[in-house]
Design a protein around this ligand. Structure first.
Ligand SMILES: [Zn+2]
Length: 323
């Protein structure tokens, strides 16, 4: 049987507006899953979470233990399983995996940014597969705006290579105080998901925070109309103002979502398959976590501020208050 090309299955009709993508960029553990889940309280928004974990490792080789926020294993979830089948039939899964390995890892940074000629065409095919993936998800969830929290700046940059008449990309740079990251990493146990101990060695954590945020700025802020930087601390302490800014930036009216956040009303999560484990609670109530301010050892605070205070200061953080 000949596979039906994805372009024919999920492509927009001529004259339809582009699919909108709000790509959350920055460093992990900045509250991106919470923000995405809250935004998805809007009926036209679907939050796909950390989409970079598809197809590998979630689909290939496959992780039977991974649960979606709906309670099903992702491999048999009513939303994600048919999407996988459609991509598989269109022979796109391997393409997506090859493209990820070749163009989205940090070691491929120079190759991706400087791709010309045949390499550029191959990269272009990867971006089209990424767009087709998003388009299937938008179609199956009836959404016009997709929010993705993969966070990696290079993957975010790659999306920009799509035809803007088909896929309109905006970057939401979510920053969280690096000292919160230091605290959070110091509490983690070794696991395949959390990585080995070296990845949480404090100087390395600080370097990751600096690199993740610097690259987010360098690669994704080229068009000022398509880049917005938001601090986690402002989101949780001033949700109305912060979500209004995000709504204006993304072109959506978030007033109903804001009312629910202010009333501390749980917002149901819809099929969040990859992101913070809080997704398994099934709903989200936005609340701040400032545990580090009383628990992070003085030596770690000093390490962070001496090495990265210059960047933290640019984002509006201060040595003493942390907010
Ligand atoms: Zn699900």
């Amino acid at each position: 049987m000949t596979a039906v090309p994805l372009a024919e299955r999920a492509a927009p009709a001529a004259g339809t507006p582009p699919l909108e993508l709000l790509y959350i960029v920055g460093h992990h553990k900045s509250g991106a899953t919470a923000l995405g889940a809250v935004l998805a309280g809007h009926p036209e928004i679907f939050f796909v979470g950390e989409l970079y974990r598809f197809p590998s490792p979630i689909w290939t080789p496959g992780d039977p233990a991974r649960l979606c926020s709906c309670g099903s294993p992702v491999l048999s979830c009513a939303l994600w399983a048919p999407v996988r089948q459609e991509l598989e039939q269109a022979q796109r899964l391997q393409d997506l995996r090859n493209g990820q390995l070749r163009y989205e890892t940090w070691s491929s940074l120079l190759r991706t940014l400087s791709a010309r000629g045949a390499a550029r065409r191959e990269l272009q095919r990867h971006t089209e597969a990424m767009e087709a993936f998003l388009r299937i998800l938008a179609r199956d969830t009836g959404s016009r705006l997709i929010v993705e929290s993969s966070l990696g700046a290079l993957r975010g940059w790659v999306y920009r290579l799509n035809d803007p008449r088909r896929l309109s990309v905006r970057y939401l740079h979510l920053v969280r105080d690096g000292r919160a990251l230091l605290w959070s990493e110091s509490q983690l146990k070794d696991s395949p998901e959390a990585g080995g101990p070296w990845i949480r060695f404090p100087p390395f954590v600080v370097a990751r925070w600096v690199a993740g945020n610097l690259f987010a700025t360098l690669l994704c802020s080229g068009d000022r109309n398509r880049y917005l930087r938001v601090r986690y601390e402002d989101l949780v302490t001033h949700p109305r103002e912060t979500l209004e800014r995000i709504g204006r930036f993304a072109g959506v009216d978030l007033s109903a979502v804001i009312a629910r956040v202010e009333a501390q009303e749980p917002i149901p999560m819809r099929h969040i398959a990859a992101g913070n484990r809080n997704r398994l609670q099934g709903s989200i109530v936005l609340k701040g976590d400032f545990g580090w301010t009383t628990r992070l050892p003085r030596a770690s605070r000093a390490l962070f501020w001496l090495s990265s205070g210059w960047l933290a200061r640019l984002y509006g953080y201060r040595r003493r208050t942390g907010t």
